[in-house]
Design a binder for this molecule. Structure first.
Ligand SMILES: Nc1ncnc2c1ncn2[C@@H]1O[C@H](COP(=O)(O)OP(=O)(O)OP(=O)(O)O)[C@@H](O)[C@H]1O
Length: 308
């Protein structure tokens, strides 16, 4: 079957720069793929609906243009459609245009339009795992997939701060400012963490990271042992570290050499549960979705992604 490509663009990603980049890229993309259809998302969450509708209409390539949040929505839209209703395997194409674009970093995708066109033509596929997260919102218990990294605690508080900050701050620098804003305010909280049914940690915690990819926070290599194609999940715990310890180890975290720290642990599991008396904020692929109690379970559904 031919490539039927549907592009979904988040015009607000990367502080609105994506809208201009898309306008400048469209004609060249159309020259290579004349049947390309596309739509700009009009509000948060719409990319999920557009992706699901495109898959149901028979599009077999969905192109996500934006950052990790956009990819998360598009992935959820693809996975929402029951696999027996999908006529042909659906492949996700990524045109990385986010503030952090941490999934693209884990996939080692080259940025730029020419590389995107080459990627589509080459059609090299990598299957990555997907993870079903369950968490609490004000109204109910909800579920949503993530594909790169989920975290609870200070990491999620930083993502929340980032979303509130001015669009003036860009890229990894925007994340660094948000980290510094939260670091000295954040109080570690008592948690119980289970991995595959066994308690693996009980005590004060700064951040729990449930990782498929290696990077979060605009390039912090928080889970250096994680691998998108590996079957299990990497749980990285930043235990009762102080603000100063976090500051001193930030450079090590960017390099991925923080696992040697005595208050950092890393293990692998298929099912991770995080509970706490004081709720911790939960973040999935950079999006704040709710709070604990949260559960992260490996899904049997894989996501097919075009890579370089
Ligand atoms: N039309 C829209 N108006 C407002 N928000 C939107 C719209 N379309 C999508 N969004 C929201 O924009 C948010 C940010 O998107 P995205 O994560 O792709 O960009 P980013 O934050 O710049 O990149 P990254 O997550 O890689 O740092 C998401 O929460 C998404 O739901």
């Amino acid at each position: 079957m031919d490539k039927k490509i549907y592009a979904i663009i988040n015009p607000t990603s990367n502080s609105g720069k994506t809208k201009k980049i898309w306008s400048a890229s469209l004609q060249k993309l159309k020259n290579s793929f004349p049947d390309l259809s596309y739509r700009l998302s009009g509000y948060s969450g719409q990319a999920m609906e557009i992706a699901a509708a495109a898959v149901k209409s028979g599009y077999n390539y969905i192109l996500a243009v934006g950052g990790d949040g956009t990819i998360n929505e598009v992935a959820n839209g693809i996975l929402k459609v029951k696999s027996d209703l999908v006529l042909h395997p659906v492949k996700l194409i990524i045109f990385p245009q986010g503030t952090g674009s941490d999934l693209s970093r884990s996939l080692e995708l080259k940025s730029g339009l020419n590389y995107l066109i080459e990627r589509i033509k080459k059609n090299k596929v990598q299957a990555i795992k997907t993870v079903k997260a369950q968490f609490k919102t004000a109204a109910r218990v909800e579920t949503r997939y993530f594909v790169n990294i989920a975290d609870c605690g200070m990491g999620a508080a930083v993502a929340k701060q980032l979303n509130q900050n001015s669009d003036f701050l860009k890229g990894s620098f925007a994340y660094l400012i948000a980290i510094l804003q939260i670091l000295f305010k954040y109080k570690n909280k008592l948690v119980t963490i289970k991995a595959d049914g066994e308690i693996v940690y009980q005590g004060k915690l700064n951040t729990a990271v449930v990782a498929s990819g290696k990077y979060f926070g605009g390039g912090i290599k928080i889970a250096p042992q994680a691998n998108l194609s590996r079957a299990d999940l990497n749980l990285v715990l930043l235990k009762n570290i102080s603000s100063w310890q976090a500051i001193f180890n930030l450079v090590r975290a960017y390099r991925g050499s923080h696992l040697q720290h005595e208050l950092v642990s890393s293990c692998f599991a298929n099912n991770i549960e995080i509970s706490s008396q004081i709720p911790l904020t939960v973040e999935l692929d950079g999006e704040i979705v709710g709070c604990t109690k949260a559960n992260f379970k490996l899904s049997s559904r894989k996501l097919l992604i075009l890579v370089d």
